[in-house]
Structures are given as C-alpha cells and as structure tokens.
Design a protein. Structure first.
Length: 95
C-alpha cells in the first residue's frame, strides 16, 4: 500500500466522517488541478448536483465510477479506493 500523500492526509484530517473525507479529497484534487465542477461533470457524464453531493459528503460516487473519476482528476484509482472503502464501511452511512 502506498503512503498517503499530503493531499490525502489533509483530506482525511478534514473531518472524522469517511464519506466527508472522500468528498473533501475529491474537491481538493479538482481544485488543485484547476478544474471546474462543470468540466468534471461533463467529462464524467453526471449532473453538477451529483458532483456537489459527492464533494460535500452527502453521497458516495457509484463504485464503477471510481476509475473514471481517478482518470479525470489525474490520480491513481488506488488513492480513491482507500477513501471509498472507508466510506462504504461507515456504519452511519445510508445510501
């Protein structure tokens, strides 16, 4: 397993909720790459409200989207998988 990057550590510490941590990480990656929500949603074929819900930690992206999200945000899918697995296992998360 790869050690967490500074960006990953910052997002993980942003909040105690794994779902919110994933959302913070997605937002940080998007902003660091100077991508707008509109551009990301167009490339992923999703609504802006869906991306906003992911970034705010309200919902999780569908598991099949992880590889596409990683490609658009130019990050390894394994980096997102770590967050996703934690978020999926969060007992209080209700899809």
């Amino acid at each position: 397993m790869h050690p967490a990057t500074g960006t990953q550590k910052d997002a993980m510490n942003a909040t105690s909720s794994p779902v919110k941590s994933l959302g913070a990480f997605l937002r940080r990656l998007r902003e660091e790459r100077e991508l707008t929500q509109k551009r990301v949603t167009k490339e992923l074929g999703i609504s802006q409200s869906a991306l906003s819900a992911w970034e705010s930690g309200q919902t999780l992206p569908p598991r099949p989207q992880i590889a596409r999200i990683a490609a658009v945000l130019k990050v390894g899918a394994d980096a997102l998988e770590t967050y996703f697995e934690r978020a999926e296992s969060e007992e209080s998360y209700a899809p």
